[in-house]
Ligand binder design. Sequence first.
Ligand code: GDP
Ligand code: IMO
Ligand code: MG
Length: 428
Amino acid sequence: MPATIVVGTQWGDEGKGKLTDLIAKEMSLVVRYQGGHNAGHTIVVDGESFALQLLPSGVLYDHIVPVIGNGVVVDPVVLLAEIDSLEARGIDCSRLAVSGNAHLIFPYHQELDRLIERHLGKNKLGTTKRGIGPTYADKASRVGIRVQDLLDEKILREKLRAVLGEKNLILAKVYNRLGFDPDEMADRYLSEVAPRIAPYVSDTVSLVHEALEAGRNVLFEGAQATFLDLDHGTYPFVTSSNPIAGGACVGAGVGPRHIDRIVGIAKAYVTRVGSGPMPTELFDEVGDLLVDRGHEYGVNTKRRRRPGWFDAVMLRHAVRLNSLSELAITKLDILDVFPTVKVCVAYDINGTRHTHLPYHQSDLHAAVPVYEELPGWETDLSGARERGDLPAAARTYLEFLEEQVGVPITFVGTGPGRDQYVRRADAA
Ligand code: GDP
Ligand code: IMO
Ligand code: MG
């Protein structure tokens, strides 16, 4: 299985970091292909927690080359701080390869992200305010600045002058804000950032292809998730990249025929941070219990995540969009205390039953979940490691999910620790 993709199937925070770390053991390269430091991927090793934003989750293994692909947006100041903090904890990051074609997030992108959100008022998206949207917008408008530009003083100065010529006008005339001095910014990035980033800058497309040609295993680690996808998510309440599996081809420079295995990650329930539709959202004490037991607060932004029951309608769509070959269900242990658990199997939209996601968002806003209620297991699963450790009701729940979404569940998460999982079946 040389090329594998790990992809979030809900609205993020499904446990992609933990699963990537788990699967990474057998890999040579772990590649981030989109997003930026809006991601927060947690890995817990021997009780010690690592919250990664930009570095791929394979970085904790000495044998892995962590790769930041061309599709990622990189705040180089954040990247250096993350490298420093990991190195201070004894993790060697020297193998890191950063694509010279990845786009850079600058302070003006973050400022614009904050201002645009404020301007939207009650219609705000609830972004992470990391400058992700404005950076991808500049990339599409062809005024972006790339990692390789840090290595060429003349180009960096020219590009900053050109882009800030326009951004400063917008900041002043639309938002009544002070602008940024392009030469000051160039001086700072050239002296403090570029020399430290330079050793990591690589041709990551060749790196990935050489590994694949040599028969080595490559893992593509998705950030965000299917329903935050710019094209297929709940627009406009989405991120500005393509987290779906197809995004790995674009964001890392591989053709679809290279991909052998696509692992979807789903929580045993759902959460979402920020605004946007969420048909199974719970506003009662059941939701509070899910948030409480699941510690459902953002890794970086600390925002409370909105809780809801598992939504099989959305998952069926995620199976289609990503060509999932298997599914990993995480956080099953969070459901341990419930006497019964619910799964949304269809939506009732204006009196009609829908088992597939409606294509138009206005229909999704009107969706009323149709639930099946299954018996809970009321057993502590945190120690479960073998298939036989799962109680009958938990097994029935998993089999029900498999039947609903049509792909095998190969991993089940039973706690945050690296060793807290049950491998339910061999990979397809
Ligand atoms: P990601 O963004 O998809 O990598 O997920 P996050 O790291 O943002 O959020 C997932 C949270 O759940 C983290 O705190 C993980 O340590 C934790 N986690 C992952 N898998 C499990 C699991 O199976 N059980 C429990 N209880 N926690 C888990
Ligand atoms: P990981 O990789 C959950 C959400 C934000 C907001 C929307 C747009 O940890 O799963 P952005 O800053 O990207 O422009 O915000 O997307 N969002 C996430 N939600 N997990 C994430 O990453 C997210 N990254 C962005 O909350 O609703
Ligand atoms: Mg996260």
